[in-house]
Design a protein around this ligand. Structure first.
Ligand code: PLP
Length: 523
């Protein structure tokens, strides 16, 4: 039997026929039409949901949500019309989603996404390029390289700098400390951690950061096999910036004890306060002692886009690596972050060639090889989102948004200072305002004989935030400042106005007054 005969026979006997569900894929006229319908439906569903509900959140609690969502089918045997499923999603999910574009949604570093980025998200999910090899993402790989280069220029990195898009600050901080550790072990101990593991010095490796640094420094130390205790935190000054004299003492003490501090993590925009460490001072210390400086600019990195705010980042160009998040103050839909490396040659510590993805002969030919710059393999083309956004709004358009929310923070801080029922916990540096309701304010406590215990003040503040969330009126964040409960605005939305925030402050004071009566009666 010839191979033609064989092929003919197989085909006629039991040729697999495409399933009915093949019509749910792009690639034919009916698929393309189904795609257009599906995207239209999704868009209508979203806009209708935005139009019908007011405020940042409906206020439904987690128990009620579990009851309702537990009733939904996940793997039904047979499908239904997409419009029916989307209707269910609208009722059960969208209606109880946080509306990040609402002016009262002022809790977290959780931004309203810019519309151009949402258009980009449609394109990147529709084309589904995968950044782990050139042959799965040809133009996307080259564009990501281009966007990374532009970011390196934005932070005034020299030629030879490199980087990669990440899922956010967590991954970027991990990458920074991973390269720092491996670089240090190679330069100090002539040891390749990639091939030989950590070796005998593992227990002595240390990272220094301020006590206001993000928890991901400790998380990274854990994941890197160093343990969270390898992170030594240094006190901050009154403005919540790392205290350089205390850092010097810490580094000296560690070295005298035979430890190996290998990296300093500076923060440009702490999550709680927006404070920015003195980066020049950190760069001097890293240079003097031969340490790696990683700057976590997940939040404050956005200052680089503004001529007015950029001076706040002075010295960041001297960092060995930088984490910057686009899904915070850069208005991109989640996930979107970047890791930047001052000396791209140091990527050698991550080098990996897989025959099926990026054989070495491709490297020699200069084929983009992004998988060797990342801790991930399959990865989305998230670089398209800032590319489209910056082109659509211009550098100035984005900078205006960043500057505006910082100005708004200053204005709201002034309003808090002027309100006796409120106390400002820290001067804003970026767009975060941390404050507290004061049931213990002087004029107010005249009729009280005993001072109000700190625990009662904390209880009132926590209850204010919980009740405003439950009513869906204002979505405030909570934190602690030197052990005491505090409230927080994180301003990102360029549509939020001063009067929205005055209303939010009035709501805090109203709630506080109602709650303090209950709390005071109970102490
Ligand atoms: C948000 C944040 C992180 C964590 O980043 P993700 O994008 O959430 O992974 C790290 N550091 C700082 C300072 C942050 O604000």
């Amino acid at each position: 039997m010839t191979s033609n005969e064989l092929a003919g026979q197989v085909r006629s006997a039991d040729e697999p026929t495409p399933p009915a569900a093949a019509s749910a894929f792009l690639g034919s006229a009916d698929g393309n039409a189904a795609y257009a319908d599906a995207i239209d439906l999704a868009r209508e569903c979203l806009l209708e949901s935005f139009a019908t509900v007011e405020g940042p959140y409906a206020g439904t609690d987690h128990e009620r949500l579990r009851e309702r969502i537990d009733d939904l089918a996940v793997f039904p045997a047979e499908g239904e019309a997409l419009s029916d499923t989307l209707e269910t999603v609208a009722d059960e999910v969208l209606a109880d989603s946080v509306r990040v574009h609402d002016p009262g949604c002022v809790a977290h570093l959780h931004c309203p996404p810019a519309i151009p980025a949402l258009a980009a998200a449609v394109l990147l999910s529709g084309t589904n390029q995968s950044m782990d090899s050139f042959d799965q993402a040809p133009a996307a790989s080259v564009l990501e390289e281009r966007v990374v280069d532009a970011c390196c220029e934005l932070f005034e990195y020299p030629a030879g700098a490199d980087g990669v898009f990440t899922g956010g600050g967590t991954e970027s901080n991990f990458l920074g400390l991973l390269l720092a550790r491996d670089w240090y072990c190679e330069t100090r101990f002539d040891r390749s951690v990639q091939t030989a593991g950590l070796g005998p010095a593992a227990g002595d490796l240390r990272v220094c950061c301020s006590e206001a640094a993000h928890f991901t420094a400790e998380q990274a130390a854990h994941h890197l096999g160093l343990g969270e205790d390898a992170v030594v935190t240094v006190p901050t000054d009154d403005d919540r910036r790392i205290d350089l004299a205390a850092l010097d003492d810490t580094l000296e003490r560690l070295e005298a004890a035979g430890r190996h501090p290998f990296a300093i993590v500076g923060t440009a925009g702490t999550t709680d306060f927006g404070s920015i460490d003195p980066l020049e001072g950190l760069a001097d210390r890293a240079a003097d002692r031969g340490l790696w400086l990683h700057v976590d600019a997940a939040y404050g990195g956005a200052c680089a886009i503004s001529d007015r705010l950029r001076p706040k980042l002075a010295g960041i160009d001297r960092a060995d690596s930088i984490a910057v998040d686009f899904h915070k103050l850069f208005y991109q839909p989640i996930s979107c972050g970047a890791f930047l490396l001052r000396d791209g040659d140091r990527y050698r510590f991550l080098e990996r060639n897989a025959a099926y993805l990026n054989p070495e002969r491709d490297d020699a030919a200069g084929v983009p090889n992004l998988v060797s710059k990342s801790t991930r393999t399959t990865r989305r083309f998230d670089a398209l989102k800032p590319f489209v956004t910056f082109n659509a709004l211009g550098r100035t358009g984005v900078a205006d948004c960043v500057e505006y929310v910082c100005e708004l923070a200053d204005a709201v801080a002034a309003a808090i200072r002027a309100e006796p029922a409120l106390e400002l916990c820290c001067e804003p540096e970026l767009s975060t305002v941390v404050f507290r309701y004061r049931p213990d304010r002087p004029a107010h406590s005249d009729d009280r004989t005993e001072p109000l215990p700190a625990a009662a003040i904390d209880r009132v503040n926590r209850a204010v935030r919980d009740e405003l969330l439950a009513d869906g009126e204002v979505l405030l964040a909570r934190t602690t400042v030197d052990g005491a409960a505090a409230l927080k605005f994180t301003l990102l939305n360029p549509r939020t106005t001063r009067s929205d925030l005055d209303a939010a402050l009035a709501a805090v004071v109203d709630r506080g007054e109602a709650l303090e009566r209950e709390v005071i009666d109970s102490v």
